[in-house]
Design a protein. Sequence first.
Length: 172
Amino acid sequence: MGAILSQLKQYAKQRRLTPLLGISLSKLREYHGSFKSICDDFTLDLSDFEEIFGVDKESFAIWDTDGTELIDALELFSGLVIFSDSKFEDKIRFLFDLFDFNELNSLSIVDLQFMLYFCLTSTFKLYNIKQELNEEAISLFLSDSFSEDNRINISQLVKYFILIEFSNEIMF
């Protein structure tokens, strides 16, 4: 998976999809802190976007594919984390923190579904892929991997995704 993400990131840079791709997680944490201090919900309008990230309407338009003049912050930050210039494990940890809504230091299956959904939709937006996600397939994938009545802590999630990354690198 790391090799695939690296190829996608290189493709994004060649197309100059957004100046925010490839930033460090420390910078991304600063942006996320600014977002939390400015915004009351999980959406950003153009003025919020420009204030937080200091980039123009062209970058905003990449994320506002439905033309509502609003972008989903979870989708935006998920995409920026995926394409950040960071180690795979650090990306997982940032995503974990982002989706630990109740601050219980664990995620439910529903939290994981949100995380995977937003990671995929942000990637689709960056590459202009016009395809609906099969939310049922995401749910089945996770229920096959985790017990629905348990919460997943960061150690379990890191171990799980590293195992997936390792098996994908063997296959590719």
